[in-house]
Design a protein around this ligand. Structure first.
Ligand SMILES: Nc1nc2c(ncn2[C@@H]2O[C@H](COP(=O)(O)OP(=O)(O)OP(=O)(O)O)[C@@H](O)[C@H]2O)c(=O)[nH]1
Ligand SMILES: [Mg+2]
Length: 195
């Protein structure tokens, strides 16, 4: 569904209120990756099941709290930390902030080589600043735009990239919703099983 909504002000399908104590577990997941790879859209899609073609660059770190149900039906309050994908953020290291994360979603655009190469920088930042047991999922997004006859970044490229860092890998299309729910549910389930 394509809707013209501001992703920066969206209301979630299942927002968590401060006073809601029904979620036993609370975790933080950071979204990182170059500009325009689809970080904000991914959370918007997951939380509201909607998609907007309009681009609103994220300015500063934006947090959204969303309830996720794990495979074993545990309800988890996940704070998604949606970061801006500019170079200044990539080059800065923030141990205090990164050490709060139970997991990282590292996105690139499968049609954009720069965003794929930038994943190496994000991974270095995570290695240097995050907790050792933080779960990392590398995501190749925008597969709906990939030309099957002349792909810019193939699935194998993504698998290779992720395996270099012992990270998990998924390809998604936020536009068609391919693998969006699956990726988040699986990641949250894995994090909770390790706790
Ligand atoms: N075709 C297609 N477009 C997408 C997809 N995901 C996101 N987009 C579009 O890509 C643009 C950028 O998406 P955002 O979610 O704002 O990207 P971002 O990574 O949050 O960007 P910054 O906040 O600047 O770091 C928007 O116009 C989205 O509609 C996808 O899977 N397919
Ligand atoms: Mg954004």
């Amino acid at each position: 569904m394509s809707q013209r909504l501001s992703k920066n002000t969206f209301k979630t399908r299942n927002p968590i209120k401060e006073s809601n104590n029904t979620c036993v577990t609370k975790i933080n997941i950071f979204l990182v990756g170059s500009r325009k790879v689809g970080k904000t859209s991914l959370i918007f899609r997951y939380a509201t099941n909607m998609y907007s073609e309009t681009y609103f660059p994220t300015i500063g770190v934006d947090t959204k709290v969303v309830e996720v149900e794990t495979h074993d039906r545990k309800r988890v309050a996940v704070t998604f930390w949606d970061t801006p994908g500019d170079d200044a953020v990539r080059q800065s290291s923030n141990k205090e902030l990164y050490s709060r994360a139970s997991g990282f979603l590292v996105l690139y655009d499968v049609n954009n080589v720069e965003s794929y190469n930038a994943v190496y920088d994000w991974m270095r930042l995570i290695e240097n600043n995050a907790l050792e047991n933080a779960q990392v999922v590398v995501i190749g997004n925008k597969t709906d735009l990939r030309d099957p006859n002349n792909p810019v970044i193939t699935k194998d490229d993504g698998v290779h990239m992720a395996s270099c860092y012992n990270a998990k890998f998924m390809e998604t299309s936020v536009c068609t919703q391919k693998n969006v729910n699956k990726t988040i549910k699986r990641m949250v389930t894995n994090i909770c099983n390790e706790k």
